[in-house]
Design a protein around this ligand. Sequence first.
Ligand code: HEC
Length: 209
Amino acid sequence: MKRLLIIIFPISMMLFVAACGSGEEREKTSSEKESLSLTEDQKKYYLETGNKITAAVFSVLSGELMGAMQADGVQGAMAYCNLQAYPLTDSLSNEFDAHIIRLAERYRNPDNRLQTEMDRKVFEEYDKMDADRLPTAERVKLAGDKSVIFYKPIPLQPQCMACHGPKSAIGEENLAYIRELYPEDKAINFAPGDLRGMWRVEIKLRTDL
Ligand code: HEC
């Protein structure tokens, strides 16, 4: 009996390890399938469109934000880190039939918290990534049968520190003002390169591609 156990135990351990391994495999292929069920042409279109939209919005937003900081100081510029402040967001939404938002785990405005299971999964993946991989970690995912979601990480840059850095970079008075406007604020203590949040652009599925 003892000898039998000596033989059976290692075999069952091997089976157990193999089963765990294939479990991981199965997990991987099912999450890959979300993007695999888009054709290559569709995937390329949504990657390009998502990148085009987010680059355009970001360049206007950061330009105006920096201008407002110089003209009116940090408190005067507070409203400029909000996509709704820009007519460009609206016009791109109309042009591409898209819904453009930014989401974050440590949010300033609670409207920007992670919303769906897919948001959380993608954010978690970004959160574990090395900083140098973030700029090219766009993802496109099929959402139901009517739309595609484009995700892209938003790393913190040095010029964001005045409002998202540590207390020493923000200043007591500005921090008090932020807390007044956003009592739930969690968006401080970031450093350049940290994952600040992510773009989420939901674009209507095109069947002609
Ligand atoms: C003048 C202050 C200020 C600066 C500078 C600033 N932000 Fe913000 N940021 C805010 C405010 C205020 C909000 C909340 C906007 C809203 O109500 O939707 C915000 C929101 C965000 C959000 C949305 C998620 C959330 O937390 O609500 C992201 C992402 C973000 N900022 C990234 C950046 C990045 C990246 C930079 C630098 C390029 C930057 N911010 C610079 C004040 C600032």
